[in-house]
Design a protein. Structure first.
Length: 236
């Protein structure tokens, strides 16, 4: 037991001392838990992409993030790694309920995120689920209460928040909005606003998009606190 406590404390200290100017390029140089390091290794992720080396250190330190980088630049790991790590350092267990909610505009993208989460998170003990419809509300509902990390689409998530009485979000630590520009383009602003209304105010929020549009900053203003703006621009 003593050993476990030391491990968490050492990791926490390393995150606090992590130099944001260091421009870390290797996952092995980041203060990450054994389960995440092994998951990254097993998935053959070694070097961070630009958006990852900008966003992950800040996110590990608990900062709110507004991230923009084009499609294919590796935004998924930019939030998956901090979600796993920040819950791990919080010693999150099944009993703590929902710790992180990841919102995606489409079912297909949600499934892709879920697959990355399963791959990289395979050595963690968190429970993770998809809430994207396609199954009966009842079936989804039964599994919801046991989940630590959920990947969802806005409409379906809101349906559960409105209708699933026992669905607890009071402990939630992290909210991620992926493809925030598409979430807005597809007309989900009202649903996302309503979801955010249900969530605790004290939380970490990360918002990622392929573009920096006015619409995204509207969403950001509503959900982020003193965010770090992280953008990767294409070389001219
Ligand atoms: P985005 O969400 O920005 O469009 P993704 O997160 O879907 O980008 O990543 C795009 C591709 O790059 C995926 O195939 C993913 O596996 C790969 N990728 C992401 N990060 C890394 C990395 N650090 N090293 C190698 N490949 C990566
Ligand atoms: Mg993506």
């Amino acid at each position: 037991r003593k050993r476990d406590i030391d491990e968490y404390e050492t990791l926490q200290k390393a995150v606090e001392e992590l130099d944001l100017k260091a421009d870390t390029k290797d996952f092995s140089k980041l203060p990450l838990s054994q389960p995440t390091s092994r998951g990254l290794d097993a998935s053959h992720f070694k070097t961070l992409t630009d958006i990852q080396s900008k966003a992950i250190p800040l996110a590990l330190k608990g900062r709110d993030i507004l991230g923009a980088a084009k499609t294919g630049s590796g935004k998924t790991l930019s939030f998956i790694v901090p979600v796993l790590e920040n819950l791990y350092r919080a010693k999150w267990t099944e009993l703590d309920g929902l710790g992180a909610l990841i919102i995606s505009p489409t079912r297909e993208l949600a499934i892709q995120i879920f697959e990355v989460l399963r791959k990289v998170g395979r050595y963690h003990t968190f429970s993770a689920g998809l809430v994207i419809g396609g199954k009966s509300l009842q079936e989804e509902r039964e599994r919801l209460g046991r989940m630590n990390i959920l990947v969802c689409t806005p409409g379906r998530m809101l349906q559960h928040m409105d209708q699933t009485a026992a669905f607890e979000v009071d402990n939630l630590q992290m909210l991620v909005l992926d493809e925030a520009d598409r979430i807005m383009d597809m007309g989900f602003q009202t649903s996302v606003d309503a979801i955010v209304e249900h969530l605790p105010k004290q939380r970490q929020t990360m918002l990622f998009s392929a573009t920096q549009t006015k619409k995204v900053s509207d969403l950001a203003r509503l959900s982020l606190r003193d965010p770090e703006y992280v953008a990767v621009h294409e070389a001219a």
